[in-house]
Structure formats: C-alpha cells, structure tokens
Design a protein around this ligand. Structure first.
Ligand code: NDP
Length: 419
C-alpha cells in the first residue's frame, strides 16, 4: 500500500524498520538510507527473509538537501521518516518540501553547533522571551507551518514515546476522561540495568545535552526554570518499584502548553540512578559535555562527540539490559462537575523487546511509535496540511495501534499524585 523512506539506521531506526517489516500490509516497500550504508545493508539482510516488505538501501548525508531531494524524488516514497538526529530535522523538512512528500520525526530541532552566531542570537532572544534555556525547541519547525500548508503536505513532529505517545495520552484523556484538564505530570521511568557503570539508552550526545540542561515546567502559561536536577521526587512505579525521579525540561511541555492552554501546570520527570548522576556531573565538571571544539594534538575535536565514541553504542545494550520501563502521564481535572485523576501508562520489558526485535526497551518504545506515526500519515488517518504534534489529531486510532503493535497501555483511576 505505501512506500516509506527511513533516514538513519541507529538504535531507534532499527526498531522502526523491524516494525514496518512486521506491518507489510501497510509498508509494502521501504528504503533505509543513512550515513553508514553498511548498517542499512545489515538490516536488510537480517529482515528480508522474514517479511513481505521490499527493502532497499542507500547511502545519504541528510545534511545535504540537494542530494536528499534527489534521492526522495528518485525513490518517490509516500512519506519520509526521520530517525537520524535532531540536527537533520530542518534539512530533511526542506528536502521533503522540495520533493513534495510528507515528513515524520521523533525529536524537535536542535543545532549541532551551538556556537553558530546566527543560531545563538535567535536562541538567546528565545531564552529571554520565553524563559527556558534548553537548546532544543519547536520554534524552528513550527516556522515551516505555512510552507507545508501551502504545499498540501503533512509534517508530524515528535512521534516517539516522549514526546509522542505521551502527547497522544493527553489528547485521549481530554477526549474521553475530562471536561477540563488542570495538571499533567509526565513520568518516564527506566528500571532497566545494562550492567555498565555509565551508558546512555539513546544517542549519548542528544541524551546528555537533554539531561544536563536546566529543568523547567509550565505554570499558568509561563515557563519556570530551575537548576538541573534540583527538583527530586520518589515514585512507586507499577512493574518497577520505588525510584528517584528528577524534573527535566522536555519538548512535549512546549507543545502541550501551546495546544492545551487551559492546563494550569505541566511537568516532566525522569528517573536516574545515583551512578548515572555522579558520572554525568563529573563529565560535565571536566568539560566532556561541551559542544565547543577544542584543539588536541593539532586536531580539532568536540568533547561530547569524543565521549560518544568512548561510550557503549546504545544499539548494543539490548542483550545485556534487564528490567522494565514505565512511561506515562498523570492527569488531574474535572469531569461532570467532579474532580478526577487518572494515570495512563505503558510498561515495557527490556528482554521481551530484545527477543522480539533485538533492541532494548528505550529504542523499542521510540521505534514502535515512529512506525505508528508513519502509518497514521501514509494511511491518511492523520493527514492535514501543515506542521503538527501528536496531540493535534484524533488519538483513538493511534491508541488502538499501540495495543496492537507492542506497547499496550492501561488507565488507572485515582493514582498516587506527585506533590
Ligand atoms: P543513533 O545515534 O543510534 O542513530 C542515529 C542514526 O542517524 C545513525 O544511523 C546515524 O548514522 C544517522 N545519521 C546521523 N547523522 C546523519 C546524517 N547527516 N545523514 C544521514 N544519517 C545520519 O540515535 P538513536 O537511534 O538513539 O536516536 C534517533 C532519534 O530518536 C534521535 O533524534 C533521538 O533524539 C530520537 N529519540 C526520541 C525519543 C522519543 O521518545 N521521542 C527517545 C529516544 C530517541 P551513523 O550510523 O553513520 O552514525
């Protein structure tokens, strides 16, 4: 029925590709195109005997708009799924516009070079105007609204788990459970253990930039920023148990804050073990998280990129990670004049994911919604000219697809709230 061009072949992409191949009725043909084509060829070899989906591969530098436009025009897909890095969001959107094809991704734009003076001037103004200082934000991609609308194309932003599923949970809660939502707490718990003293579960550069940024939340339409890891809570997660979690800035707060302005407070918490935090603080203190190039023995290196080369590849953690994740949202508000609170969440087992697709649960919980988002767009269930996040469409078909494709969810009334 549809042909999908998938860009990137890392941890998340490998799950999205495997799930597209399980869903051959929708994805009759896919092309895997990435910087290192040998990874694409290895995926093709692994999967082609197990699926009816026809798999092609290509080498591409997604920073090169001209080359990418040519590839898209030649392959003529129904949509492009960007599971490369947030650095490529804008170039891939430009190529989709030039080739006249729908666009889907899992993370909002951030620049690779945070010292670029042109980007920095806009960033510093945004920090002042809006009040949060993370490097990633939606303004760059929301600026494509008219271009996609005028071209009659859909851009679906952030269809991973968080952001992605968490925003679909919000739309679902609003549609079926509340007349008014007052607060949203998004809780991301990884109870998995990979046995390394320090490793990240997705791209280390993107992950460490995210978690070392100051925390922030939205209250009455305004951002409140606090020092990184300064707000800590304990929560007893179904399937995992008691964990420490910390307030972080996260991109769905921005989208939900804009699209559900009636919500009075939106927060995001993620669990971290003490070993992770100690390592991260130490690496930060010695300058290893810096994105500013330094000269080392006559060669220019970017410290965080050097660190990435030393750390385990997240795609290699699958066989050794045990335990579960629990990711979801607690909503409070009013229904039929009475106060109500619900918790919608998914529990995912690292080893079950590994058995099914050869990946740990963080890649799995992102790659499955990436496939589902692509399915929503190519089947026309979520098709609207313009640029949208996942809370802006009918949540029901997406929620059904989560149950069908490996991320079943549950709704609990009157959960323990986070103070
Ligand atoms: P990886 O680093 O494992 O994979 C990234 C892939 O993109 C690699 O195959 C890499 O190629 C390729 N790539 C990088 N630059 C280019 C380029 N210029 N041209 C073509 N290909 C390129 O990352 P992850 O799989 O961990 O993460 C993928 C995305 O998923 C990220 O955007 C991340 O932020 C997002 N994410 C979203 C989550 C959510 O819940 N919404 C959660 C987790 C991740 P090479 O093999 O050569 O390095």
């Amino acid at each position: 029925m549809a042909r999908l061009l998938i860009i990137g072949c890392g941890g998340v992409a490998q799950v999205a590709i495997s799930k597209c191949c399980q869903n051959s009725d929708v994805f009759e043909e896919i092309m895997i195109a990435s910087r290192t084509v040998s990874k694409c060829d290895a995926m093709k070899e692994k999967l082609e005997k197990t699926t009816k989906t026809v798999i092609k591969t290509a080498q591409i530098d997604a920073d090169d708009v001209e080359a990418l436009t040519k590839l898209i025009k030649e392959y003529a897909p129904d949509a492009v799924l960007n599971v490369a890095l947030p650095y490529q969001d804008l170039t891939i959107m430009d190529a989709c516009l030039a080739a006249g094809v729908d666009y889907i991704d899992t993370a909002n734009y951030e620049p690779e070079d945070t010292d670029d003076p042109e980007w920095r001037a806009i960033y510093e103004k945004r920090c002042k105007d809006l009040g949060f200082s993370a490097y990633f934000d939606y303004s760059w991609q929301w600026a494509y609204q008219d271009k996609f609308k005028d071209a009659g194309l859909t851009a679906l932003l952030g269809t991973g788990f968080d952001p992605g599923v968490t925003s679909v949970f919000a739309a679902y809660a609003k549609k079926h459970y509340f007349d008014e939502i007052h607060t949203i707490d998004i809780l991301d718990c990884n109870g998995g253990d990979h046995g390394y003293p320090f490793a990240t579960n997705f791209n280390p550069e993107i992950n460490l930039r995210e978690v070392s940024a100051p925390g922030s939340y939205m209250e009455n339409g305004k951002w409140v920023e606090v020092p990184a890891m300064s707000i800590k809570r304990e929560y007893d997660f179904d399937g995992v148990g008691m964990k420490d979690m910390y307030l972080l800035h996260h991109e769905e707060i921005e989208a939900l804050g804009r699209n559900m302005p009636e919500v009075k407070r939106i927060r995001f918490f993620m669990t971290f073990g003490q070993s992770y935090l100690t390592h991260m603080k130490c690496l930060e203190n010695v300058g290893m998280l810096s994105t500013t190039p330094i000269n080392f023995n006559g060669q220019e290196i970017v410290p965080i990129q050097f660190l990435k080369a030393l750390l385990p590849d997240p795609a290699s953690l699958g066989p050794r990670t045990v335990g579960k994740t629990n990711i979801g949202c607690i909503f409070t508000g009013i229904k039929d004049g009475k106060e109500r609170s619900i918790y919608i969440y998914n529990v995912c087992d690292h080893q079950e994911c590994y058995k099914e697709v050869g990946s740990q649960a963080i890649s799995y919980t992102t790659g499955v919604p990436a496939m589902i988002g692509a399915m929503m767009v190519v089947t026309g269930q979520w098709k609207n000219p313009g640029v949208f996040t996942t809370d802006e469409f009918d949540p029901d078909p997406y929620m059904e697809a989560l149950n069908k494709w490996g991320l079943p969810w549950q709704v609990v009334e009157n959960p323990t709230l986070v103070d």
